[in-house]
Design a protein around this ligand. Sequence first.
Ligand code: NAD
Ligand code: UDP
Ligand code: UDP
Length: 336
Amino acid sequence: EDNNKQPPLPSPLRFSKFFQPNMRILITGGAGFIGSHLVDRLMENEKNEVIVADNYFTGSKDNIKHWIGHPRFELIRHDVTETLLVEVDRIYHLACPASPIYYKYNPVKTIKTNVIGTLNMLGLAKRVGARILLTSTSEVYGDPLVHPQPETYWGNVNPNGVRSCYDEGKRVAETLMFDYHRQHGIEIRVARIFNTYGPRMNIDDGRVVSNFIAQAIRGESLTVQSPGSQTRSFCYVSDLVDGLIRLMEGSDTGPINLGNPGEFTVLELAETVKELINPAVEIKTVDNTPDDPKQRKPDITKAKEVLGWEPKFALRDGLPLMEEDFRQRLGVPKAK
Ligand code: NAD
Ligand code: UDP
Ligand code: UDP
C-alpha cells in the first residue's frame, strides 16, 4: 500500500557506512531504575542508536535484557571513573547510586563517580562535540530553608556529613558542567530530579516508596523513620523520563527542577500505601538517619514555561502500577 516505504536494508548493510542513525545516544547508568526507562523510550524511535555504559553497582542487566541483541542497542560494562571512548551525539549521564543506603556504602567511590565520572563524560562530550545532560538532584538544596524550592535557591547542605558524598558530589558535578560550558563551549543540560518511583526499582533499594510497597506486599510493618512529618514529593518515572528528553532536546541549559509538586509527609505515604495495598499491615516508627531533609517540594514553574512539561501521574495513579511490578517480582499475586 505505502509505495514510498523502503524495504528494510539487508542486515549486513544496516550498520555499514550506508546506515547512519540520526542520533547516537550514550546513557551512563542505563541499567538502573530511571536509566532503563529512558532506554525504553529512546529505543522506541527507530532513528536512535542507544549505548548503555554501566558497572552494575545498583543496576542490573535484567532491567534492559529485552534490548540485548537488538541491532540499535549496545551494552558496555564500564565504570565512568575510567576513560570511555565512543562516538556519540548525546550523553545522558545518570551513572551514580541514588539510594542513600547505596551511596553511603562506599562514600569515597560515590564522590569519585560524581566528580571523576562527570569530568570524564565532559571530556568525552568535548572530544566528540556531543550534548550532555546531567541528572542532578533535589539533594543539592540540602535541608532546604526555602519551600518549595526554585532553581534559584542555593541550598542548605552539610559539607561533611554522611550524605555529603552524594549532595556535594552532585554540586561539584553541576559546577563542572557549567565550567565546561563556559570554558569550552560544551552544550550542557542539567536536570534536578526530585524523588522518583515506579516499576523496576530495586526491591531492596532502601528508598521509601520501594520499602513501603515491598513491606505491604510481604505483610510486614511499614517502617516510618521518625518523626514521619518530613515531606517528599513523588514523581512517576514515565513523567520524569518525558521531562529528561524534553530538556535534552530543548534549548535551555537548566538547571531545571523535574518532579511532582504533590507533597506528602512520609506518614501520609505510609497510610496511602497501607490503604491501597494491604490494610492489614501496621505502621511502625523507627530511627531516622542523620541530616534527613525535613521538607522537599519542587517549584516547577520553570519546567512548565521552558519545557511545556508537568507530571501527569498523581501518587495514587502511580502506586498501583508499581505494586503490579513488585507483586510479579516477589511472586505474590493480589488476593481477589
Ligand atoms: P539507580 O541506582 O537505579 O541507577 C544508577 C545506575 O548507575 C545503576 O545502574 C548503577 O549500576 C550505575 N552506576 C553507579 N555507579 C557507576 C559507575 N561508577 N560507573 C558506571 N555506572 C555506575 O538510580 P536511579 O534512581 O535510576 O538514578 C539515576 C540518576 O538519577 C542518578 O544520577 C541519581 O543521582 C539521579 N536521581 C535520581 C532520583 C530518584 O529519585 N530516583 C532523584 C534525584 C536524582
Ligand atoms: N575523556 C574520556 N573520553 C574521551 C575524552 C576524554 O573519558 O573521549 C576523559 C579523559 O580521561 C580526561 C577527562 O575526560 O581525564 C577530561 O578530558 P579533557 O580533555 O577535558 O581534559 P584533559 O584530558 O585535558 O585533562
Ligand atoms: N524513609 C522512611 N522509611 C523507609 C525509608 C525512608 O520513613 O523505610 C524516609 C526517610 O527518612 C526520608 C524519606 O523517607 O525522610 C525519603 O527517603 P528516601 O531514602 O526514599 O529518599 P531521600 O529523599 O531521603 O533521598
